[in-house]
Design a protein around this ligand. Structure first.
Ligand SMILES: [Zn+2]
Length: 300
């Protein structure tokens, strides 16, 4: 599953390679890839053909391309759901179709194509109306800039990399919740884009245990864990996105993998880099949590 830095790498790739170009033809090679577009494949094709991709945007792990004419306020967008294994590739038209090619966009300039490749077909594409967001999420944050998002993204809170992210508002909302800290960090209506890996890394940096009740969290500790999450994601982004899934590749088909070693996630039984105590693994929502039992004492 791609994490926020990988999705941002893809967004930047799309901004560079496809924004400003006009779609001349669309082929849907597997109907499952457009199942979220309820009006069906013919409608997707009709709503994309002849349109110009005017901007590549992201909120949390959601990624979309605005449709319209340059200068016009966009009213709809092509939303890409990367799912577990979805990839957006910019390919030369002469490149043979990839084995799991699901959707193919060709452009009027005859140049590179945009190809949606997905081995497991959990991902897909849909054309969605844009709506004003900012009030639908749990924090009610409203930014300065245009905050129009596709309908399925309306309930998703801003992510820590968003220039309009309001950490103080998120901490206040978090302290009102009757839950555990890691669950709150993974709650996309509170703060988006933090997945299991970055939650564990942020908690390790802030020296907080994921099972800590949010009600007992100080404002300072809440701000510290959000700052840590921002920091660890910014570092990953600088290095081209972390990818811990061999299936994930960036927009040009190059693996975004980099060998930044993690401090907590996946480090069970290795010494904590801060204190030398063995990192511990515990099960968490059918997955795992990793923490240092000394730096991050579990709540009693
Ligand atoms: Zn430690």
């Amino acid at each position: 599953m791609p994490e926020l830095p990988e999705v941002e790498v893809v967004r930047r790739g799309l901004a560079e390679h496809v924004v400003g170009r006009t779609v001349s033809a669309v082929e849907v090679l597997h109907p499952r890839a457009v199942r979220r577009h309820l009006a069906g494949p013919v409608d997707v094709i009709g709503r994309l053909t002849g349109r110009t991709l005017t901007a590549a945007r992201r909120r949390g792990k959601y990624l979309w391309l605005e449709l319209g004419d340059p200068g016009d306020e966009p009213t709809d967008a092509l939303l890409a759901h990367l799912g577990m294994s979805g990839q957006l590739l910019v390919s030369d038209p002469a490149t043979p179709p990839q084995k799991h090619l699901r959707v193919l966009l060709s452009f009027a300039d005859g140049g590179s194509q945009l190809r949606f490749v997905d081995q497991r077909t959990f991902g897909g594409m849909s054309v969605e109306s844009l709506v004003s967001a900012g009030t639908g999420d749990a924090t009610g944050q409203r930014g300065e800039r245009s905050d129009r998002v596709p309908v399925p993204v309306a309930h998703i809170a801003r992510d820590p990399m968003d220039p309009d992210f309001d950490a103080a508002a998120v901490v206040a909302a978090l302290r009102r919740r009757d839950t555990e800290l890691k669950r709150a960090l993974l709650d996309q209506s509170l703060v988006s884009g933090i997945g299991n890996i970055y939650a564990d890394e942020a908690l390790w940096r802030a020296k907080l245990h994921g099972r800590r009740p949010t009600r007992t969290l100080t404002r300072k500790a809440g701000l510290a864990v959000l700052a840590s999450a921002t920091e660890v994601m910014a570092e990953a982004l600088e290095q081209g996105g972390t990818s811990f899934d061999a299936l994930y590749v960036n927009v040009n088909g190059n693996s975004g993998y980099f060998d930044r070693s993690l401090d907590a996630y996946g480090q069970a039984d290795r010494p904590c880099r801060r204190c030398g105590t063995s990192i511990r693994r515990e099960s968490f929502m059918n997955r795992s949590s990793y923490f240092c039992p000394r730096c991050q004492p579990p709540p009693r």
